[in-house]
Ligand binder design. Structure first.
Ligand code: ADP
Ligand code: MG
Length: 211
């Protein structure tokens, strides 16, 4: 069997060139499973260990699929921590470099005014912690009507940090016509409930731990 490569996914050259620049030649196992299904707009629940390459597994197809729509964000990524929000924003910016994808991170402890200014400029993807995302929604500084992709990253950590209720509040404000992608290293019952309550026939992907 020949090894699957990023070029097998018929990604635009803007994206494949960016992956080359990052030194990504072969997709990781989770990327081989997730990328084609996101390109087909499927909802996914993905269980895969830390370090397996989950960010690019959703980042690559999302950067491929988003386009400019009235300067409003089309993808929302929820993360449990500020550090992860910034990391994901940086990764999406790298993957989307040649397509000029703009990603914005919003999180607590940074003055909200700075983020308001950034959100007013055109941005494709917003990455943030649930509390601050809700804060922006309530202030009308984060329009949700064009969101087509929702990513819940590190869902088990969201649960551990007590953010599940805020995540649910956010989900209830999003357009129903969307793709929802949940990623987690473990799948406790409350995370599974989140999937069954808010996703459309999600496909379960489980990458067995290696080593
Ligand atoms: P996870 O979210 O599963 O913990 P990350 O998405 O943070 O993992 O990726 C872990 C590391 O692997 C990062 O440094 C990332 O740049 C790198 N990486 C991801 N995909 C690839 C790839 N296809 N080839 C080489 N390195 C990769
Ligand atoms: Mg991750």
């Amino acid at each position: 069997m020949t090894q699957e490569r990023f070029t097998d996914y018929k990604l635009s050259t803007d994206i494949t060139n960016a992956l080359n620049g990052l030194g990504y030649t072969l997709p990781t196992e989770v990327q081989r499973k997730v990328i084609p299904l996101v390109l087909e707009q499927k909802d996914l629940v993905t269980k895969s260990q830390t370090g397996s390459g989950k960010t690019a597994s959703y980042g690559i197809p999302i950067c491929e699929l988003v386009e400019w729509i009235e300067n409003k964000p089309q993808a929302l990524v929820l993360t449990p921590t500020r550090e992860l929000a910034v990391q994901v924003k940086d990764d999406l910016t790298d993957i989307g470099r040649f397509k000029r994808i703009k990603a914005t991170a919003v999180y607590g402890k940074q003055p909200i005014a700075i983020q308001k200014t950034e959100l007013k400029q055109k941005t494709h993807v917003v990455v943030g912690t649930p509390g601050r995302v809700l804060d922006h929604i309530e202030r009308d500084t984060l329009p949700l009507d064009k969101i087509r992709y929702l990513v819940i990253d590190e869902a088990d950590e969201m649960l551990n940090m007590g953010f599940i209720e805020q995540v649910e509040t956010i989900i209830n404000k999003l357009p129903r016509e969307r793709v929802t992608l949940l990623f987690s290293a473990t799948l406790p019952e409350k995370v599974k409930n989140l999937a069954s309550n808010y996703m459309k026939d999600p496909i379960d992907i489980e990458i067995k731990a290696t080593g």
